[in-house]
Unconditional design. Structure first.
Length: 239
């Protein structure tokens, strides 16, 4: 596509959102340099000859043949990262508001770290784009009955679990005997888990879509060899 005479030296550099009005009624806060229309999503263009910069609307940018797909993608990632930060902020706020405890079965209590079933129910309903239940392979620490932080790593001999404390377990081919894993204090389990999904900002790189396993949702938990996993519980004295 050819550009309007005089604009052929311009390239799209980035996109900015400009809003005016009030918190309740937002109106576009920018103006398209090319056609004069009020715009909220502004494409900043720069002349490769003179270096001057202007802002134009996305419609004009596309009509002018500027490649803004990448910029749009980056903007979507930026917005997703902002949402991720907002949720994390909410979580921290909820956690620090602990003295005045929120009742179970509320998003705030869930975000404060409660994974009881009423709290999980409400999170799955109210934040269905962020939380889901899916079957996952996890490594359970036999000492605590809790999942360990572990990742699957490709090795020369197949795939292995690398646990955060430095322990390695064979993942694939899976050992025939449970004791091969259990002797190291861990077992593999394939269980429904509560998962959090989201774009996670990575410094200096494009945001990455990640899923975080929050907790297994099965009772009792069985390992992949069919053995139930004990959940050692420490009850505070008197309970
Ligand atoms: Zn325009
Ligand atoms: Zn709860
Ligand atoms: Zn109990």
């Amino acid at each position: 596509m050819s550009m309007t005479p005089g604009l052929e030296h311009y390239v799209a550099v980035r996109m900015t959102e400009r809003w005016g009005g009030t918190a309740d009624v937002r109106v576009p806060g920018g103006n398209c340099w090319h056609c004069g229309t009020a715009i909220a999503y502004c494409v900043e263009i720069q002349s490769s000859v003179t270096g001057e910069r202007h802002e134009i609307g996305t419609t004009c940018a596309e009509k002018l043949g500027l490649d803004i797909a990448q910029i749009k993608q980056r903007m979507a990632e930026k917005r997703a990262a902002e949402r991720w930060h907002a949720t994390r902020r909410q979580r921290h706020e909820a956690a620090s508001a602990a003295p005045i405890e929120q009742p179970h079965g509320t998003v705030r209590r869930f975000l404060a770290g409660c994974y009881c079933l009423p709290c999980i129910d409400v999170a799955l309903t109210a934040k269905s784009n962020e939380y889901a239940v899916a079957t996952k392979s996890v490594i359970i620490d036999l000492a605590t009955g809790q999942p360990a932080r572990a990742t699957i790593v490709d090795t020369r001999y197949g795939q292995s679990w690398r646990i955060d404390d430095g322990t390695w377990l064979t993942a694939h081919p899976r050992p025939k005997r449970r004791s091969t894993h259990a002797a190291k204090g861990y077992v593999e389990a394939e269980v429904p888990c509560l998962i959090r999904y989201g774009w996670r900002p990575v410094r200096g790189e494009p945001a990455r879509y990640t899923e975080t396993m929050l907790c297994p949702l099965a009772s009792p938990l069985h390992d992949v060899w069919g053995t139930p996993i004990r959940r050692p519980v420490e009850h505070p004295s008197g309970s």
